[in-house]
Design a protein around this ligand. Structure first.
Ligand SMILES: Nc1ncnc2c1ncn2[C@@H]1O[C@H](COP(=O)(O)OP(=O)(O)O)[C@@H](O)[C@H]1O
Ligand SMILES: [Mg+2]
Length: 395
């Protein structure tokens, strides 16, 4: 574990970049430092690998003050990734990635083999190995930066706005890739960003910093969204935090209705036997149970289904896998106001109304509040998991 203990950094010109910061950074998780430009994120990260020395306070790695460790071995235990990757422009991709193994005296052959292995790990075609950085896209260069930082298999990864310079689509891909890599590798990652959405997506725990390098809040993302510590954090989170928070609630408990589902080859009598009630539409599926569209009951009982006349069912959500946010989105976009739930193979398992989703949201919020009331806010207990989700689910 990395422990930052009451650390202050005052630069020679008097600028206080970090002000009495204390953080416990747990092993094998992603801790995100987020805040506006100039709030001391980079300074904090660089104090962890001693590129910057604190003016006051101390930083402990597994209980030992980092000042008591040789700086070379400290840095070797911490991969470092920066914006624009910071690659050596005159070296090929494979040689860039092999930089640290070569410094460690691994030998050319072994270093290159490791580099090629890592290219695959981070989703790069090994055909790019002999290219130079300028021959790669921004997203590919960033992947090389991550591969290079991982080359000597350090337990810690320090990442300073690594994805800030690439376009939103590439950025999403890099974020997903990092989460996948982290599942495989289990590094202790300290990730700096000024983008709160990125912080919420990637962070196990998020430290929000404000101008002057002061800590505003340190909490798991779901807790930040539920209970921002003050007006600054609330403002920083943006206006739709209620909707975003729904990403942390699962759909496994949603009550689905199956009676409105009819197969396209159902007889008119079967269709007529479907209950009315609050369901004014039937979901027509193909013979395998995959949704085709919505129909008014009367249109079905009149005879054969005209697939061309069905109302579109929109994007369904995967039941129990996707979040309440996804389910709500499906219902809001559905022409009938009902969302279609499917299993992993795309077969319809039920339909659910906006109203039922609304009830589930209220229940989840109430459970979340109850749990928070009984929990110590600083223990790092994930309010999201306590509120009935096993893991963060993609919105
Ligand atoms: N070497 C330096 N000398 C003087 N002031 C610095 C130096 N590096 C950063 N600062 C100042 O310290 C503050 C925090 O900087 P930094 O850690 O880079 O913030 P962030 O990464 O959050 O944008 C800023 O006001 C910045 O201008
Ligand atoms: Mg910075």
């Amino acid at each position: 574990m990395i422990r930052i203990d009451t650390v202050t950094k005052r630069y020679p010109d008097g600028t206080v970049a970090v002000d009495r910061l204390s953080l416990e950074i747990p092993d094998r998780s992603i801790t995100v430092l987020v805040g506006p430009s100039g709030c001391g994120k980079t300074t904090t990260l660089r104090m962890i690998n001693r590129m910057v020395e604190p003016s006051e306070g101390s930083i402990l790695l597994d209980g030992v003050d980092i000042r008591e460790q040789p700086v070379n071995s400290l840095r070797r235990s911490m991969g470092y990734v920066i914006q624009n990757a910071g690659l050596f422009q005159h070296r090929t991709i494979v040689d860039n990635i092999a930089t640290v193994p070569r410094l460690l005296g691994w030998g050319r052959q072994k270093s290159r083999a490791r580099a090629v292995e890592l290219m695959e790990r981070v989703g790069l075609d090994s055909a790019l190995a002999k290219r130079y950085p300028y021959q790669l896209s921004g997203g590919q260069q960033q992947r090389v930066g991550v591969a290079r930082a991982l080359a000597a298999d350090p337990p810690v990864l320090l990442m300073d706005e690594p994805f800030s310079a690439v376009d939103p689509v590439v950025r999403k891909g890099l974020q997903d890739e990092l989460l996948r890599l982290q599942e495989e590798l289990g590094k202790t990652i300290v990730f700096v960003t000024h983008d709160i959405d990125e912080a919420i997506k990637l962070g196990t725990t998020v430290a929000v910093l404000r101008a002057g390098g002061r800590l505003a809040q340190y909490a798991p993302p779901a807790e930040l969204l539920t209970a921002p510590a003050d007006a600054f954090v609330e403002d920083f989170l943006g206006t739709d935090r209620g909707i975003r928070r729904l990403s942390f609630f699962g759909t496994a408990g949603l009550e689905l209705k199956t009676s409105p589902i009819v197969a396209v080859d159902a007889t008119a009598e079967e269709a007529a036997a479907r209950p009315g009630g609050d369901v004014h539409y039937l979901l027509v599926t193909d013979r395998d149970g995959r949704p085709l569209g919505w129909s008014e009951p009367a249109a079905l009982t009149a005879g054969a289904v005209d697939a061309g006349r069905l109302l579109p069912h929109g994007r369904p959500f995967e039941y129990g896998v996707e979040s309440l946010r996804a389910a709500l989105d499906c219902a809001v976009l559905s022409p009938t106001g009902w969302a279609v739930a499917v299993d992993g193979t795309g077969r319809a398992v039920g339909v659910v109304s906006q109203q039922t989703i609304g009830e589930a949201i209220r229940t989840a919020h109430a459970e979340g509040r109850r749990t928070e009331a009984g929990a110590d806010a600083r223990t790092g207990d994930d309010a999201g998991s306590a509120a009935g989700t096993d893991a963060k689910v993609a919105g």
